[in-house]
Design a protein around this ligand. Structure first.
Ligand code: SF4
Length: 367
């Protein structure tokens, strides 16, 4: 963006490079584990190697946060956070947040900072993608409905058996509900979810010729399908821009002060106004990736966060670099991901496929 922001990307880039380095570390460890991803033990040993390398790789992220965050935060966020961020890195993060909030950020500065965060996240997660396994719009729609109140990992471990037995809307609509309940039991709330997915399969069969519609107004009419699910399907199965406001997205954009809204529809609107439509889908993936790997709900790993210089909430989580590194999850922590069949770009970056259902659970999941 503008010259005004010229120093921040360089500093943030240090962190990004560090994060990519962490990916590389995961690669070496990951490949060792990847061949035996079905074995939790093998994956675990690969994770340790990768995590060990990552320890060094995450250092630049800390530098980005602590070394010279003064100018970047000053220009990106607001009034004189330079000293306060240094203090935050050392001991008193609360002050920096207070000082940042003292002088309201202009709309122009907010847009610039938001877009810069998106660019940095694109560097940190060049392989960002939906974390549900799917091969067609019907599978993505069903998997998204099943993902309520559980992890994408658990859905991915469950859907292969479901889709092997009921590959089309017609098959699923005509299934024995008790059979479906058993197949999706691991995702929790399996009776209600059986009703939802069988109901939407019947609606697809009866009202849309067995095809998933690609329009928002049609998708939200399907039973169990809200705007969030509809945008996931539109963005990832039909290539139509959409912002996915899940729990991670909402939490992070509020931490970044992109909006104070809590209603998902209002968050979607507010964030959508900060970015061109063409950015919406990938922005959603990157923010959710960051929320799952680094900026966790309870313990954000601020000391290992590549976008710390741009974040008004720096210090809300662990700022000690060594302790923060231990909080990293999935490939950033050297562990398997959520997809059993991740995209090639993820594997190329050192990501490791998730183990199938029944294998030893990887230690880095849960958010
Ligand atoms: S609150 Fe989240 S985004 Fe901000 S510095 Fe901490 S981990 Fe990074």
């Amino acid at each position: 963006m503008g010259e005004q922001a010229s120093t921040a990307p360089e500093k943030a880039a240090k962190g990004v490079k560090g994060a990519r380095g962490a990916g590389g570390a995961a690669a070496s460890g990951g490949k060792g584990a990847g061949g035996a991803a079905g074995s939790g033990g093998a994956a675990g040993s690969g994770g340790k190697r990768a995590a060990a390398k990552k320890t060094g790789a995450a250092k630049p992220a800390t530098e980005a946060a602590a070394a010279k965050p003064a100018k970047s935060v000053k220009k990106a966020a607001a009034a004189k956070p330079a000293k306060s961020v240094k203090k935050a890195a050392a001991a008193k993060p609360a002050k920096s947040v207070k000082k940042t909030a003292a002088k309201p950020e202009s709309r122009t500065a907010l847009v610039r900072r938001a877009r810069r965060i998106n660019r940095e996240l694109a560097e940190v997660y060049p392989y960002a993608h939906p974390e549900l396994d799917f091969e067609n719009p019907f599978q993505l729609l069903v998997a998204t409905v099943l993902s309520a109140q559980t992890t994408d990992l658990r859905v991915n471990q469950t859907t292969p058996a479901l889709f092997a037995k009921h590959p089309t809307p017609e098959d699923l609509a005509a299934a024995n509900p008790e059979d479906v309940e058993e197949l999706i039991r691991p995702t929790g709330f399996f009776r209600a979810k059986t009703k939802s997915i069988m109901g939407l399969a019947a609606a697809l069969r009866d009202e849309f010729g067995g095809e998933v519609p690609g329009r928002l107004e049609d998708l939200v009419k399907l039973p169990g399908v809200g705007r969030k699910t509809a945008f996931v399907v539109m963005g990832n199965a039909f290539g139509r821009p959409g912002i996915t406001v899940d729990t991670h997205f909402g939490r992070l954009v509020r931490r970044w002060k992109w909006t104070e809204e809590t209603d998902p529809d209002k968050v979607e609107k507010a964030v959508g106004e900060l970015f061109p439509k063409s950015d919406w889908t990938m922005l959603s993936h990157r923010v959710i990736f960051h929320g799952r790997r680094i900026c966790h709900a309870r313990k954000p790993a601020c000391g290992a966060c590549p976008i710390a210089p741009l974040c008004p909430a720096y210090g809300e989580g662990e700022t000690d670099p060594e302790k923060a590194k231990k909080l990293l999850k999935y490939e950033k922590g050297g562990f398997p991901g959520q997809r059993l069949k991740p995209p090639q770009s993820y594997l190329d970056a050192g990501g490791v496929p998730a183990p199938p259902l029944g294998a030893t659970a990887p230690p880095a999941t849960g958010e």
